[in-house]
Each structure stands twice: as C-alpha cells, then as structure tokens.
Design a protein around this ligand. Sequence first.
Ligand code: GDP
Length: 190
Amino acid sequence: MDSHKNAMDTLQPRTELDLTLVTTAYLPNQLPTLSLPQIALAGRSNVGKSTLVNCLAGRKGLAKISATPGKTRSLNFYQSLAGGYCLVDLPGYGYARCSKAEREKWGQLIEAYLKTTDQLRAVTALLDCRLPPQLLDRELVDWLRARRIPVLVVLTKADKCAQRDREARKKEWRELAHPAFPPILFSGKT
Ligand code: GDP
C-alpha cells in the first residue's frame, strides 16, 4: 500500500499555477479583449475540465465540479500572471438533455470565441480515456485543424482506464488529431 502511495505521489505536479478567475462570458458580446495569450480547454460536458483546472491550480474550489453534466454554460477566463497567459474554460458540449435552442446558443458562443480571439494559441481537447473517439469530439478536432488552430490532446479519467485502453486511445488520437504534442494522460484522482 505504501509503495503504491509513493508511486502516486511522484505523479503530482511539482508547481501549481497561480490561476485567478478574471472574467466570465455567457454571450458573444461579453467576450473580453485580453492582451495575454490564451489556451482554451474544450471537451464534452462531464469530461473532467473543472477537475483539471483545479488540479493545475492546486485549489479544489476554483472551478465548480459537477456530478450533473451540462451545468456550465459560460466561458471562464483564468489568468496566470506568473505564466503570462490565460486558460479559457469553454462550456462543455454534447449534453443530450438540453434543448436544441440551448445547444445552438452554446455552439454560437464557443464558435464566436474560437473565431474572434486573436490571442488564441492552442485548444486543449479533453477526451475521456475510456471511450473510443466519438463523433462530436472528432468534429471539434477537425474544425480546429481546418482552421490551423494547434490542438493539444488530454485524455482524462486515466485512473478509470486499463493500460491497454490508454495506449489504444493515445494511438487513435495521435492519428486523428495530429496534435501539437503527443497526447497526455491525466487523472484528477491520481
Ligand atoms: P466538467 O463537466 O468537464 O467540468 O467535469 P468535472 O470536472 O465537473 O467532472 C465530472 C465528474 O467526473 C465529477 O464527478 C468528477 O469527480 C469526475 N472526474 C473528473 N475527473 C476525474 C478523474 O480523473 N478520475 C475520476 N475517477 N473521476 C473524475
């Protein structure tokens, strides 16, 4: 048990980011003009985006973790002054239970952000490590690639996934996304 714990401890990030929530946008006309370079975090509702933000910041309550998918409707801008950039948490997509009108409004907000932000440097696509590539995720990656926006692939919930599946996901996404860097496995638990 002890050796297991030690092995897990070595996986903790060595430095935490000084992330502060600077602003939130619910509508395209609320999108801020910020001078810092931005990296957006995109993924399905419930994929683990909030968990990742909190782990990076080393603070549990910064981004709201929800057991109910489809809750976050806003873009949240987190600034790291030391890092000199912003992480932008995009609203999770693909939540089946919300209305078509709501989904469209949501899509328009994400698209407005991705199309109009001069300071966008890359989009981190968060993908559930347990699932083979899903249509909506592939559409996102294709859309980004068509616009020459660099894609970083992060495979979430790695603790819930067997080694064989982890390797399969890495290979599939390397081929589909041609990511700027090799896919990264991530677990908010370990
Ligand atoms: P978001 O909707 O993408 O922001 O997802 P959340 O971060 O709110 O996480 C959704 C659910 O998945 C919550 O119940 C989390 O506790 C759980 N979760 C997130 N990341 C992990 C992970 O790495 N491992 C495990 N086992 N559960 C996770």
